[in-house]
Design a binder for this molecule. Structure first.
Ligand SMILES: [Zn+2]
Length: 56
């Protein structure tokens, strides 16, 4: 499921699958990543909003 976003609405028992383009400027998984090691929370919180999946 790489490049896909799966949504499940439990209230309506509805499923949806969306294609998600990779962010070429992602600080985590781009060709030249800014993040290459684990850091403290404060150091990564500003970068988290720019990551493709919002998770670092
Ligand atoms: Zn990414």
């Amino acid at each position: 499921m790489i490049g896909k976003f799966f949504i499940y609405n439990a209230l309506e028992a509805h499923f949806a699958l969306m294609e998600v383009d990779k962010n070429p400027h992602c600080p985590l998984c781009s060709a030249k990543p800014e993040i290459t090691s684990l850091m403290g929370y404060e150091q990564n919180i500003d970068r988290q909003d720019r990551a493709c999946d919002g998770v670092i």
